[in-house]
Design a protein around this ligand. Sequence first.
Ligand code: MG
Length: 155
Amino acid sequence: MRIGNGFDIHRLVPGRPLVLGGVEIQYECGLEGHSDGDAVAHAIADSILGAAGLGDIGLWFPSDDEFYRGVNSIELLKKVVKSAKEHGYKIGNVDCVIICERPRLSPHYPAMRKVLAEALEVTEDRVSLKARTMERLGAIGRGEAIAVECVVLLD
Ligand code: MG
């Protein structure tokens, strides 16, 4: 068994769709980024790469590479899962904490878990999503960013 952890944070800016866990969520702002800004997909991908000892997503998908501009991050996650598989690992489970003041995310968990489980090639009970606020403290608490922490077990 191998364990990995991932973290990501993106600024919330107007004029972008908010995409988390491969699901577009109606909100007044979206996550800034070279890709679609999906911090959930990025944190999970980074945790898998960490667990497998395969580097990080900055190395895999450089932000100065035009190929990845606006890319659907679930596709990046699938590439990471494929590589972990080629190295003899499969996903045991993932547990994510999404740190977000607004909007309320729990109504979107079922759709996000479905997309993520499919990308990770696991059943939905192996994908855990939780959200918490920052109690209005700091940049995330002011609604300026969303951060994600993730732990994965590979076996
Ligand atoms: Mg990111």
